[in-house]
Design a protein around this ligand. Structure first.
Ligand code: URP
Ligand code: ZN
Ligand code: ZN
Ligand code: ZN
Length: 461
């Protein structure tokens, strides 16, 4: 089966050029000047459109257990929504429960995802119980294609690790080449602020933001960076939201330390004003770290330009407003943490291109190429080049759309971006050579997506 995508503008990290792309089977066979290829079984006219590598969302939580409930997208619904939005790879988090080990955790996540995904998927491992056994099992995970491990400085009693445990895991990462991903918020201090707010009768969603001040993200980020420096481990800060944390990352990078960070669309576009919406509406925006004051956003865009923020992921973790966010009415600490977004990352970041905040090349880099290199998937994913998987998005930069829960495909009853007017729209999506989204709709299938056994990080300074 040969598919020809012709007449489009092919995007890469270095910019844009007019070219035709020939796909044979599951991979890209060739990229050449317009008109050089003959005919093919299927021809996709991309005139006036971008032809770009499929998005890689390196931070999602499908069916994630949290606070007695589960995030509402299954691997099936979540990956179909991803496909609609031009994301052809997700990396989801397997969650080690305290008292359990890593291999059974991995087995469980394979059971959940296997045969159910519409796009390719990999796993990170959440390390929530560090001990001699689990430290040894890090190598088992790496051998099984899971080469990155998330740790938490937040959520004491649940996912939290002490500095000593973090240090030990980082030592192991240095030895094995694994990547440590850090949720950097000072959870011990935050728990005190939460208890004080509740004791004063302050239970509204906005308190979620007020009890998790940006300074405590900055502090934890700095501490994680120091622990990484002492152990020689590379460090990847997840869902960075605060200017203070960005400053710590930038300072470390300026000294040449292997520190990287991702941010998420919600921190670029939403703010604590959304959390403060009346009538419990703010619960829709409860995620950790919390949405910040608006002035942080300018710094985050700058970080994206300078590569102090290397990746944009969604931290997609949807909980329904009606029956799940509701668990925390009157007590913000019981609102399940997380927001939906896997469908909208490519579109939202394209607004940054339209507004002149980032270049086309940075859009592709932050949403596809760098996550591929960071998480051991390059050059199979993240680039339009001969030999790479034919994960390709044909994107219409001039189309207009309005985001809404009425029209999105995520399995959640609200949109965090309700009414947002977007310039640009995904037109066609190929996953390993198969058209899964086109102007006539979704044509993929749950089960098409394959597990990606990932190599070690290929993106060190
Ligand atoms: O609030 C969030 N971000 N929920 C998902 C879990 C995490 O910490 O990434
Ligand atoms: Zn986190
Ligand atoms: Zn997350
Ligand atoms: Zn529900």
């Amino acid at each position: 089966m040969r598919t020809l995508i012709k007449g489009g503008t092919v995007l890469s990290t270095t910019g844009a050029s007019r070219a035709d792309v020939l796909v044979e089977g599951e991979t890209i066979a060739a990229v050449a000047a317009p008109g050089l290829f003959g005919t093919a079984d299927e021809v996709i006219d991309a005139t006036g459109k971008y032809v770009m590598p499929g998005g890689i969302d390196a931070h999602t939580h499908m069916e994630m257990p949290f606070g007695g409930t589960f995030s509402h997208d299954t691997f099936e619904t979540g990956t179909i929504a991803a496909a609609w939005g031009g994301t052809t790879t997700i990396i989801d988090f397997a969650v080690q429960p305290k008292g359990s080990t890593l291999q059974p955790t991995l087995d469980k996540w394979h059971e959940k995802a296997g045969g159910n995904c519409a796009v390719d998927y990999g796993f990170h491992m959440i390390l929530s119980d560090v001990n001699d056994t689990t430290l040894k099992e890090m190598q088992t995970c790496i051998d099984a294609g899971v080469s990155s491990f998330k740790m938490f400085m937040a959520y004491p009693g649940v996912f939290y690790s002490t500095d000593g445990e973090i240090l030990r895991a980082m030592q192991q990462a240095t030895e094995t080449g694994a990547t440590i991903m850090m949720h950097a918020e000072n959870g011990i201090a935050i728990d005190q602020l939460v208890a004080q707010a509740l004791a004063e009768g302050k239970g509204d969603p906005v308190q979620h933001g007020l009890t998790r001040p940006p300074e405590l993200e900055g502090e934890a980020t700095s501490r994680a960076i120091r622990l990484a420096q002492v152990t020689g481990a590379p460090l990847y800060i997840v869902h960075l939201s605060a200017s203070q944390a960005l400053a710590a990352v930038a300072e470390a990078r300026n000294t040449g330390q292997n520190v990287f960070a991702e941010t998420c669309p919600q921190y670029l576009y939403l703010s604590i004003e959304d959390l403060a919406k009346p009538g419990f509406e703010g619960a829709k925006y409860v995620a950790s770290p919390p949405l910040r004051e608006k002035w942080h956003q300018g710094d985050l865009w700058r970080g994206l330009r300078t590569n102090d923020l290397s990746v944009v992921s969604t931290d997609h973790c949807p909980f329904c407003f009606k029956d799940q966010k509701e668990l925390g009415r009157g007590d913000f600490s019981k609102i399940p943490n997380g927001m939906p977004g896997v469908e909208h990352r490519m579109d939202l970041l394209h607004q940054g291109v339209v507004a002149g905040e980032i270049s086309l090349g940075r859009w592709v880099e932050a949403c596809s190429t760098t996550p591929a290199r960071m998480f051991g998937l390059y050059p199979r994913k993240g680039v339009i080049a001969p030999g790479s998987d034919a994960d390709i998005v044909v994107y219409d930069p001039a189309a207009k759309q309005t985001l809404s829960a009425e029209t999105h495909h995520m399995n959640v009853d609200y949109s965090a971006y309700e009414g947002f007017e977007i310039t640009g729209k995904v037109e066609t999506v190929l996953s390993r050579g198969r058209v899964i989204v086109s102007p006539s709709g979704f044509s993929g299938s749950a089960g098409h997506g394959k597990f990606l056994s990932r190599d070690l990080c290929q993106y060190l300074n």
